[in-house]
Design a protein around this ligand. Structure first.
Ligand code: ADP
Ligand code: ZN
Ligand code: ZN
Length: 736
């Protein structure tokens, strides 16, 4: 092939297209589709990195083409499938092809190599040759016992210099070689042995259904709805086992690796060195090494957060997406891809099966089982686990009883009983800090961040006010900044206050806190969870970090401190989010056969999502929620796009957004689209930038996107305002 289609690694719309280059004779054998190369680019012929997206023998152009300068890696970094995937992402997520290719590829870093010293020749003459040189004979002695030895060990532990090694090399007695080292965060070489269960009848049925589809040419994605504790992990591992035995590979997506250590361990226990794990807190080198293992076929299973969907497997057999309803599968940065959508596209390109799993499937996914787009599989019974008793506690009654504590009398009693029985407790409150706002009793002034339109949260441990949006800190005032009154009241509770209250009411209880403040270091999640699992604490209190996938057999009581928190948001998904959170956290109780108890504290016990969460009735919740979505024309009955303008001059932001709204009105007359706003965003100011938004709904995603970008182009042609950032999200996980 004489010519190459090249995408240059420059992130600008103007160069987001294919450029042709000639392939020099010398590189003809080396350059392949997917290779990373250096090319001269632009008038100055600047050396620029590029990707070969195709090779061809003919090009129709009058221009003389420039020549590829060099190739960067010994192997093509992209497969054909990945290039097709990137092209699809470019259209789907309206970004540049370079954006997509860069997103698919981890940052390529230098290999980590270690130098080794090998004993090459050794016979009677060796000692003559060395002539009783002390250091040299010492090294020789060591190498006779153990060869090769790493150079690092020789220098650091044996304290023998490089010079000594080099002189032995010159004499032909030793050779120095380089060996590539893998930077691994997880030890998969020595998995702790585990007891493998044989699947129950229900589990086996699900396994068989998915396995039977692995070789089928046409297949639908599966949605596995399995109540918490129904043994979904065993289903996954069994399916993967079959996939691997067919010579295929598997990708497993989990919402966040650090929050699901137990799931990851179960995979490592079962599959050992066949598994590789990627992790958002890994270094670039560690991530690149895991990618290489998959690329070379050294591993067959990649577990990770959403980016693991891009694992460079040759023969992908199955993609499993656990907790499919989680918001983390959608990226909020460019390219704003949704790993679930990418999985479906990959299935189309490779024939891999897709299995979505959840105890509380997203409304959109479950709807697809009704329209026939997905096939529904179910696990309705718990293993080793009787369903917990779930109660809602009406917090309005507590106030009437004169109880001003954040714990209802009922929860206090339950905590006391559980402590006495030497069982463990999980207390869930989806807000960190101590008090969520400080307000003056005399004039009502609320301490608010100067950069953002949000109140400060009081953090007791640091004795500080912290803004959760921009991180700004302020000292705690002893007088009201507005009127000077000394009477300042602390309202609203966060996880830190749970600790204070427990210490006050149950001084004997040992308590651990898990939230963003206590888990800043790489290993802190694991340490907290291990301490709790080892019984070093009676109570684990935390945010949604403790809601997922944790399997602690000794926990018999779960307290949801304020179930209404997520219900009060203005997002159309608030009921769904609340239902999912309560169900997930309730699933942590009573895992080892002891009857579990769940107490949900709420000010609106009659709300349908609390009511159905309490009864563990997903179907009824779904039926009610889908009706609401239908009536309001929310997803899945429409697609929603949010156009957000941000800028320092609020009047300019509003003025420009109104102009855009008129353009939308002008081009959208045929009632295909409806508009909400312009209005202030949920948080109207962050980091001194004002935020206003326009919501556009449309039936067809493709048409809606075209319409929005057409209107935005029109707007930019004529107005192109300075100092205003425009961002567009299609079907975002929450409305900004
Ligand atoms: P889920 O992810 O559906 O909430 P898990 O996969 O955590 O459920 O399984 C719940 C518990 O049941 C785990 O402790 C697991 O080891 C156990 N388990 C799963 N399948 C079986 C089985 N077939 N026999 C015995 N125990 C099982
Ligand atoms: Zn005041
Ligand atoms: Zn702020």
């Amino acid at each position: 092939m004489k010519y190459a289609e090249i995408i240059v690694q420059i992130n600008a719309k103007e160069v987001d297209r294919i450029f042709f280059y000639t392939v020099p004779k010398a590189l003809e054998d080396k350059i392949k589709t997917g290779s990373r190369v250096t090319v001269p680019f632009g008038r100055g012929n600047r050396p620029t990195e590029g990707y070969v997206t195709a090779l061809t023998d003919e090009v129709s152009t009058d221009r003389t083409l420039k020549e590829i300068t060099s190739i960067k890696d010994p192997y093509p970094v992209f497969s054909k499938v990945q290039i097709d995937l990137a092209k699809w992402m470019q259209k789907k997520y309206y970004c540049t092809l370079t954006d997509c290719l860069q997103c698919i590829l981890p940052k390529i870093t230098k290999d980590k190599v270690e130098r080794y010293v090998n004993l090459a020749a050794d016979n009677e003459e060796t000692e003559k040759i060395i002539k009783k040189n002390n250091r040299q004979s010492q090294l020789l002695k060591e190498l006779r016992q153990n060869s090769p030895l790493s150079l690092k060990y020789i220098k650091d532990s044996l304290e023998i210099s490089l010079q000594t090694v080099k002189s032995l090399e010159k004499k032909g007695i030793v050779t120095i070689s380089e060996l590539e080292q893998s930077r691994d965060l997880y030890d998969t070489k020595n998995p702790s042995p585990s007891r493998s269960h044989s699947p129950t009848h229900d589990q086996q049925a699900v396994i068989n259904r998915v396995v039977s589809s692995l070789n089928a040419p046409e297949k639908k994605p599966f949605l596995l709805k399995g109540v918490t504790g129904s043994g979904k992990t065993l289903v996954y591992t069994e399916i993967i086992d079959k996939t691997i035995s067919m010579g295929k590979q598997a990708v497993v997506l989990v919402p966040e690796i650090s929050l699901t250590p137990q799931t990851v361990s179960r995979f490592i226990e079962r599959f050992g060195e066949k598994v590789t794990v990627t992790h958002s807190k890994m270094t670039e080198g560690e991530r690149f090494d895991q990618w290489k293992k998959a690329k070379r076929g050294d591993v067959s299973i990649m577990i990770g957060p959403r980016s693991a969907i891009f694992a460079p497997f040759e023969n992908l057999g199955v993609i499993i997406i656990d907790e499919e309803h989680e918001k983390t599968y959608k990226s909020e940065i460019t390219p704003k891809y949704d790993a679930r959508e990418v999985a479906l596209k990959l299935s189309e390109l490779t024939g891999a099966a897709v299995l979505f799993g959840s105890a509380t499937p997203s409304i959109e996914s479950f709807y697809k089982t009704e329209t026939g787009e997905y096939e529904l599989l179910e696990l309705n019974s718990r293993i080793n686990m009787t369903p917990p008793d779930i109660f809602a506690v009406d917090m309005r009654d507590e106030l009437a009883l004169g109880n001003r504590s954040m714990f209802s009398l009922r929860l206090q009693k339950a905590i006391r009983e559980t402590l006495k029985a030497k069982k463990q407790i999980i207390l869930f409150l989806n807000r960190r800090g101590h008090s969520t706002f400080l307000s003056c009793r005399s004039c009502g002034y609320v301490m608010t961040c100067e950069n953002c339109s949000v109140s400060y949260t009081y953090h007791k441990q640091d004795e500080k006010l912290v803004c959760h949006y921009c991180g700004r800190e302020a000292s705690v005032p002893d007088r009201c900044p507005a009127c000077g009154s000394p009477y300042i009241k602390y309202f609203g509770a966060g996880t830190e206050k749970v600790i204070t209250e427990v210490n006050k009411l149950f001084p004997e209880a040992r308590i651990l806190r898990m939230d963003a403040d206590t888990t800043k270091t790489k290993d802190s999640h694991r340490q907290i969870l291990e301490a709790f699992a080892a019984g070093k604490a009676d109570i684990l209190a935390g945010t949604q970090m403790i809601a997922k996938g944790l399997d602690f057999p000794n926990v018999t009581l779960v307290g949801v401190i304020a179930a209404d928190l997520s219900l009060n948001s203005s997002d159309f998904r608030s009921a769904e989010n609340t239902f999912q959170l309560i169900t997930q956290v309730a699933g942590r109780a009573g895992r080892a056969g002891d009857k579990g108890r769940v107490l949900i504290q709420t000010y609106m016990p009659e709300n349908y999502c609390i009511e159905y969460a309490k009864r563990e009735d997903y179907s009824s919740f779904y039926n009610e929620e889908i009706e609401f979505r239908r009536q309001m024309a929310y997803p899945p009955f429409s697609n929603i796009a949010v156009v957000l303008f941000t800028g320092e001059d609020e009047r300019e932001v509003i003025r420009n957004l109104h102009i855009l709204a008129e353009i939308f009105a002008f081009y959208g007359k045929n009632k295909d689209y409806s508009r909400i706003g312009p209005s202030a965003a949920a948080v109207s100011k962050i980091k001194n930038k004002f935020r206003h938004r326009l919501i556009i709904k449309g039936r067809d995603e493709e048409k809606l996107k075209n319409y929005i970008f057409y209107c935005l182009d029109k707007f930019n042609e004529k107005y192109n305002p300075k100092g205003i950032t425009v961002s567009v999200s299609v079907n975002p996980t929450y409305i900004p």
